[in-house]
Design a binder for this molecule. Structure first.
Ligand code: AMP
Length: 448
């Protein structure tokens, strides 16, 4: 058998491929990116890209040494003469904050809104919706602690998902307070779990030392039983005044904008640099345990990376999970369809001319050409299969008179058009029938 792709990765394929599902359909994948671009660009976010591999230290500090991601799921990059000090990024935030600090983006007006999309890598146990290379859309805002920024970030995440047509999405909203609040909470958890150490999983025994809050996040069934038995109080009960006011302000804005959410005390982000607002986006189609996306405020991250204090907040969702949710809701994405024009030479000597005509027509519309001479009957059959609207034939008469015989496959009407008037003719056709096949329709939408 020919070489296969690595486990936990996917190919994104063209329409018409056998066994295509929404999450492996390249057009669907692009549609999510385009939709995010449209929603986020209108909100003032600018696109940024950062490398897919970064210094190991950035990933360790950015994601946290106590997390499963750093302890078990990192892909290390080796190359000749190198010590393996690079990691394939498991998420986007650390790289973006690094780029912000390294490139002096602090000089740009704050709050600075950035967005990106791209592949992320985690060596996880592969299952449905859990891949080793997956793709995220990321939104990050740097330079503000205002709760209005938090509320807007949540709103935008919901707007992207709504623009895709999804309805069964719930926001679970929480707050993890300020560092002092978390110290109090961790002391409480240490006392509580400290009397039941023998029942904790090995990972959680370790967490009890380093970061007790992460026990609440444990994937071990035994740990979760213990948590339920002990009736552990939520972090929300431990918020100080500042964090509580911030949390209330976020909710006030969301209420004003009719963004539905459930306050969920179980939302925990155990890392030191997280502050205050944290949330997850859930959907039944992806399973209760797996989130569609998540976000949170990370005011301590820039300092953690060795920079100055730069407050920040961001979210990410997985494109593959979004597509699974869309599939579960029976949503589909229209295909690109065929080109407006298909130019066919009836004789070998006119194939080059047919190509030139199609290439010129691309200034106004999507146009393709046949790479070999075809008989008229076959040309129409071929064009129909490709979903073409107009077929232009070039035989010796047309070539001599410098015209095109154009047949509209929808109406059956045949016209003769002078070659130099083709683009005006096509523009007129587009005006009459809408511009769905105009080039750069994504860009056109964005500017609308
Ligand atoms: P996280 O950075 O862990 O908060 O993940 C944010 C989002 O990325 C999740 O809600 C998922 O939608 C997506 N995601 C995370 N890990 C994976 C994975 N292994 N496979 C597919 N999607 C993932």
């Amino acid at each position: 058998m020919a070489i296969q792709r690595p486990k936990g990765t996917q190919d994104h394929l063209p329409d018409g491929s056998p066994k295509l599902s929404l999450d492996t359909r390249a057009a669907a994948f692009q549609h999510v990116q385009d939709t995010a671009r449209q929603v986020l660009t209108r909100a003032g976010a600018q696109f940024i890209t950062t490398p897919v591999f970064e210094e190991a230290d950035l990933v360790k500090r950015g994601v946290g040494g106590s997390t499963d991601i750093v302890r078990k799921e990192m892909f290390t990059v080796y190359y000749f003469g190198d010590h393996g000090g690079f990691i394939l990024r498991p998420e986007g935030t650390a790289g973006i904050v690094r780029a912000y600090l390294q490139n002096g983006l602090k000089q740009l007006p704050a709050p600075l809104k950035l967005w990106t999309h791209g592949p992320m890598f985690r060596a996880e146990n592969v299952q449905k919706g859990r891949l080793r290379q997956f793709h995220q859309v990321d939104y990050e805002v740097l330079g503000s602690t205002d709760p209005l920024v938090d509320a807007e970030a949540i709103l935008l995440m919901v707007e992207v998902v709504k623009a895709l047509g999804l309805t069964g999405v719930r926001v679970k909203l929480g707050s993890i307070g300020d560092p002092a609040d978390r110290d109090t909470y961790n002391a409480y958890l240490r006392d509580l779990f400290g009397t039941h150490v023998e029942r904790l999983s090995d990972d959680s025994k370790d967490r009890l030392e380093r970061n007790p809050m992460r026990i609440l996040d444990s994937k071990s069934a035994g740990d979760q039983v213990l948590i339920a038995e002990l009736g552990v109080k939520p972090m929300l009960d431990f918020l100080g005044n500042d964090a509580r006011e911030h949390f209330q302000a976020v909710q006030k804005y969301l209420d004003a904008w009719d963004v539905a959410y459930d306050v969920d005390p179980s939302i925990v982000r155990g890392l030191d640099y997280y502050r205050r607002t944290a949330w997850e986006l859930h959907h039944e189609g992806v399973g209760a345990k797996s989130a569609l996306g998540g976000g949170g405020r990370y005011d301590g991250l820039a300092e953690q990376l060795g920079g100055p204090l730069v407050p920040g907040i961001g979210w990410a969702f997985g494109i593959e999970r979004l597509l699974l949710a869309m599939e579960a809701e029976g949503l589909d994405i229209p295909g690109l369809g065929g080109p407006l024009l298909y130019v066919v030479a009836l004789d070998d000597e006119f194939v080059g001319h047919a190509a030139t005509v199609a290439i010129t027509a691309r200034r106004v519309a999507r146009a393709e050409f046949a790479y070999r001479a075809v008989k008229p009957g076959n040309a129409f059959r071929d064009a129909e299969r490709r979903g073409v609207r107009l077929v232009a034939l070039i035989g010796s008469d047309e070539a001599q008179q410098n015209v095109l015989s154009i047949k509209n496959l929808a109406t059956g009407v045949q016209t003769t058009v002078a070659t130099h008037e083709l683009n005006a003719f096509l523009s007129e056709q587009l005006e009459h029938t809408g511009s769905a096949v105009a080039p750069n329709s994504a860009v056109a939408q964005e500017n609308a």
